[in-house]
Design a protein around this ligand. Structure first.
Ligand SMILES: [Zn+2]
Ligand SMILES: [Zn+2]
Length: 133
């Protein structure tokens, strides 16, 4: 039986499903991905097109094109960055939009030379299961 996982944006206007196993997450730390994500980079699942299917909201995205080779598509309502269809073979799915566990970890970090100097745990970093009170 094929495993099917779903994903969606924050407001759930857009949703997708991925069939089959994936081998992990690719993290890009390049300067574009840091700015576009507002975080330490983009955490991406590279999904062959045959494994990806929109459930709803396929047309409810707005694509921002910094340049032809670098676009970001966000939900029109909530702004969540969602899968970009940037090449003929694969869909690039933002890993944080998955609704369920992936069953795999990080496969590779790209553009590590551009990694922010704060993108590492400080000595004595505190970990909370939820927000501290
Ligand atoms: Zn949304
Ligand atoms: Zn990048």
């Amino acid at each position: 039986m094929t495993t099917v996982r779903t994903g969606s944006c924050l407001c759930r206007a857009r949703a997708y499903e991925i069939a089959g196993e994936l081998d992990g997450v690719w993290v890009c730390h390049c300067s574009l991905c840091r700015k576009a994500s507002g975080a330490n980079g983009n955490w991406i699942l590279i999904v062959p097109r045959a494994q990806f299917r929109w459930l709803r909201g396929e047309d409810h995205g707005e694509t921002f094109a910094l340049r032809q080779s670098y676009t970001v598509t966000r939900c029109k309502t909530c702004g969540t960055p969602l899968p970009a269809e940037v090449d003929d073979a694969n869909i690039y799915v933002t890993a944080g939009t998955l609704d369920e566990p992936l069953g795999a970890g990080v496969r590779a970090h790209l553009f590590c030379a551009s990694r922010a100097d704060w993108d590492a745990d400080a000595p004595g970093v505190r970990l909370f299961d939820e927000r501290p009170r």
